[in-house]
Write a protein that binds this ligand. Structure first.
Ligand code: NFE
Length: 503
């Protein structure tokens, strides 16, 4: 039986997942990115300093990650010496964006795969927000509309949480989380300008000044966001994990893992980072080598360029190409399929015992859930690794604010060379993000982005091997092949962003 899960909702962009189900098991899955954008073409011939502005428009969720990756690539190409404040400001902006993004993903994009929103109809308390939600759901259901109470209903049928109080508590946090997300974005905006699409992030730093009033405002907001992570998000995550422990064993991808490392500890271009970089293949770590990354297009809607390295990448759309089923390319590392994202970031760091806070948190939660570190490669593992990332980032950001040199420069002097090239790699919320810039005659000659969801939502490669999400779906047992709540939970655990993946 062939079932399309698309258009998949509570993700960013246009994704279909075509599944084949036999005897209630998914035996094949194809991830289809259903849009074309062409940012790499748009960038050709432009002023290099346009790149960190234009690439932010790839996405409204992770624009800062694109600005940072582009800034790093340009810093390499220009040979910039970045002032200490400049690097700290980059970290403060990008880190706050991660804190926003994990809450958005858990509460708005994933929680309703587990939480029964209709429980609000039984609410008998006095909380004004919940009463408002209850009366709105009641009036929607009585309205006779074809789709009442959207976006909560209709929904896929399945095994949602049964405990009324747990459901109602989670719904309250669903509403509270939106306020906290707003605050995290406000913190990022103190140094980064408005959200989304910062005007202040530049190669070499930020155009904002190092002022004590800004620093104090940032600290107080991040402290509040941090408290929400500890007091609300983590307990909710543990409750979901206790209600659905089988999801430690569902949704494992079948390749390796990669992280570029996140948040440099010094202003040096090749600084050690808060989270380690590395490629984890067959239990062994090796350093990331950008020359090992190629992109296949046998099943992607591009006419040429299969197997090319990032610096030579091509983008010629071919919407009607035979066998092609996605606008997403298929990146591979030395021919190997890799998962990127929070689980990859934490597994790469933990395997190297790099960040002691990561190690302690992994071991604490593995103890609570009675799992091994390898089970981070699962639906619940991806959720847990987002929360671990957030807790570690929040503490780091508060430390960073203490290191700012008040009144000192926050930006390098920029001089664009006639020619040059550079790679910029960071961890976006969804994983490993790489930008490449080549400059000729003071203009962008070539620009390439290899984006987290390009790895995770990759279609088959030239050898016919599946991408990470496809591999995680294949073999999944589903109670109802027509609806597949299990598959949806797997897809959501990757937090796909198709706008990013096709760029
Ligand atoms: Ni459009 Fe993006 C992806 C992230 S890349 S959300 O995939 O995170 O910066």
């Amino acid at each position: 039986m062939r079932i399309d899960l698309g258009p998949v909702t509570r993700i960013e962009g246009h994704l279909n997942v075509q599944t084949t189900v036999e005897n209630n098991v998914v035996v094949d899955a194809r991830c289809m990115g259903e849009m074309f954008r062409g940012f790499e073409v748009i960038l050709q011939g432009r002023d290099p300093l346009d790149a960190q502005q234009i690439t932010q428009r790839i996405c409204g969720v992770c624009p800062y990650a694109h600005a940072i990756a582009s800034s790093y690539a340009q810093e390499h190409a220009y040979g910039l010496t970045v002032p200490k404040n400049g690097r700290i400001f980059h970290n403060l902006i990008q880190g706050a964006n991660h804190l926003y993004d994990y809450l958005l993903h858990f509460y708005q994009l994933s929680a309703l795969d587990f939480v029964d929103v209709t429980a609000v109809l039984q609410y008998g308390g006095r909380d004004a927000e919940l009463l408002k939600l209850k009366s709105w759901v009641q009036s929607e259901l009585a309205s006779g509309k074809p789709f009442p109470a959207a976006p909560f209903l209709p929904r896929i049928s399945g095994n949602y949480i049964k405990d009324k109080d747990l459901n109602i508590g989670a719904l309250k946090h669903y509403l509270d989380a939106m306020e906290i997300q707003k605050k995290a974005n406000r913190a990022a905006a103190i140094f980064g300008g408005k959200f989304p699409h910062s005007t202040a992030i530049f190669p070499g730093g930020s155009t904002q000044e190092a002022r004590i009033d800004h620093i104090v405002s940032y600290q107080s907001i991040i402290q509040e966001v941090r408290d929400f992570y500890h007091n609300v998000y983590i307990p909710d995550l543990v409750a979901v994990a206790q209600g659905f422990p089988e999801y430690w064993n569902i949704g494992a991808s079948k390749g390796g893992f990669m992280s570029y490392g996140l948040l440099p500890l010094t202003s040096s271009l090749d600084s050690e980072r808060l989270f380690a970089s590395g490629v984890l293949l067959d239990g062994k770590i090796s350093p990331v080598d950008f020359q090992m990354i190629t992109e296949d297009v046998a099943f992607s809607k591009y006419s040429s360029g299969s197997g090319l390295k990032v610096k030579n990448s091509e983008l010629v759309p071919a919407p009607h190409k035979e066998k092609a089923y996605s606008w997403t390319k298929a990146p591979r590392y030395g021919g190997q399929m890799l998962e990127v994202g929070p689980a990859a970031r934490i597994m790469v760091d933990y395997t190297q015992r790099h960040n002691q806070q990561v190690k302690a948190l992994v071991e604490k939660f593995a103890g609570i859930a009675n799992i091994t570190a390898n089970q981070l490669n699962s639906v619940l593992g991806r959720h847990l690794c987002r929360a671990i990332s957030g807790v570690v980032i929040a503490d780091f950001l508060l430390d960073e604010t203490e290191k700012i040199d008040h009144g000192q420069p926050t930006m390098a002097e920029i001089e664009i060379p006639r020619s040059g090239e550079g790679y910029g790699a960071t961890e976006a919320s969804r994983g490993a993000l790489l930008h490449y810039i080549k400059i000729e005659d003071y203009k962008i000659d070539r620009y390439a982005c290899v984006v987290p969801t390009t790895w995770n939502a990759s279609p088959r490669d030239d050898k016919g091997n599946p991408g990470a999400m496809e591999s995680a779906l294949i073999g999944t047992r589903v109670a109802n092949p027509e609806e597949q709540l299990e598959s949806l939970r797997i897809v959501h655990s990757f937090d796909p962003c198709i706008a990013c993946s096709v760029h």
